[in-house]
Write a protein that binds this ligand. Structure first.
Ligand code: SF4
Length: 300
């Protein structure tokens, strides 16, 4: 961590979090790097007064929901998630009514108001377990249709209605680009995120969350991998492995919102206390319930 940043951070009793898809300069200067829910959970356990979340808005909101007493800062105000914005609270409630009250399962990649009207949350790592754990037979899965379809393929005894949302970064992975890479690197193992389209998932050796993919390449005896997730993950993968080679599918594996935060934004966030996440108490309380429910299932 840069000494000036460290000083400022200590003076303010802040903790700096960076998602795996952030720029290298941000990941290098964070206290913790990880998936969004894991980071929010880590921050909640710290004694910090301020959480600086280098990521996108829903991630900082989740940190606020888990640590309502702390000040949570998102260094770039308009760093949002297009997929999260594909589901609004009003549209989810309307769909729920139309479908006659299925259980609403929302991916953590949703805005706080959508979580507040959900029955349970899930991550890409536990989505199958979460849906399997539900007693009712009908589920509305929000907002990622690819992750929802993956869940549907793996939970045969439930009706899973899919929301028509997607992550533009993962949706862009094409099977022809993957096949080209497989031809060029025939010994490489393929590890992809479940937000990827079905054809890409079906051609993979491993499907998992971002931290799941990192864990897979780290533990694998293989040395070469084709990766289907946002390219920022390479920073942490390379840091954790020696002499392993990685090839990202296609040339559009960049989430522009995750690349908005630069080192100067991180400094300014601490110096000027910006941009603070403010959620009303009711939203915090009701959005916490589905997260709490998910966490209890994960641990059971
Ligand atoms: S990578 Fe996809 S899901 Fe993640 S923040 Fe970017 S658009 Fe949203």
């Amino acid at each position: 961590m840069e000494p000036e940043l460290e000083k400022l951070k200590e003076k303010l009793n802040a903790v700096i979090l960076a998602h795996y898809y952030e720029l290298d300069e941000i990941q290098e200067n964070a206290d913790f790097v990880g998936d969004s829910l894991a980071l929010a959970q880590i921050a909640a356990k710290t004694e910090a007064d301020i959480i600086v979340f280098c990521g996108v808005k829903f991630m900082a909101e989740t940190a606020k929901i888990l640590s309502p007493e702390k000040k949570v800062l998102l260094p770039v105000e308009d760093a949002g998630c297009p997929m999260a914005d594909m589901a609004t609270k009003e549209a989810v409630l309307k769909k729920k009514k139309e479908l006659m009250n299925p259980v609403v399962v929302s991916y953590v990649n949703t805005n706080a108001d959508v979580k507040s009207v959900s029955d349970i949350c899930c991550t890409s790592a536990n989505a199958i377990n979460v849906v399997q754990s539900i007693k009712e037979n009908r589920v509305l899965f929000v907002p990622d249709r690819n992750l929802g379809e993956y869940v549907k393929e793996n939970v045969k005894n439930k009706t899973v209605y899919l929301w028509d949302g997607y992550c533009p970064t993962h949706e862009a992975f094409g099977i022809s680009e993957l096949e080209e890479l497989k031809n060029s690197y025939p010994d490489a193992k393929v590890a992809v995120h479940p937000e990827s389209p079905k054809a890409v998932r079906d051609a993979a050796d491993f499907i998992g969350s971002t931290s799941g993919i990192i864990d897979y390449v780290q533990k694998s005896a293989d040395n070469e991998f084709i990766i289907g997730t946002e390219e920022g993950v390479l920073f942490d993968m390379k840091r954790r492995t020696k002499n392993k080679r990685f090839h990202i599918i296609g040339n559009r594996a960049i989430c522009i919102n995750m690349k908005k935060t630069h080192l100067n934004d991180l400094y300014d966030a601490l110096k000027y206390g910006r941009y603070e996440i403010n959620l009303n108490e009711d939203i915090i309380k009701s959005a916490y319930e589905p997260i709490k429910k998910m966490i209890s299932i994960k641990r059971s």
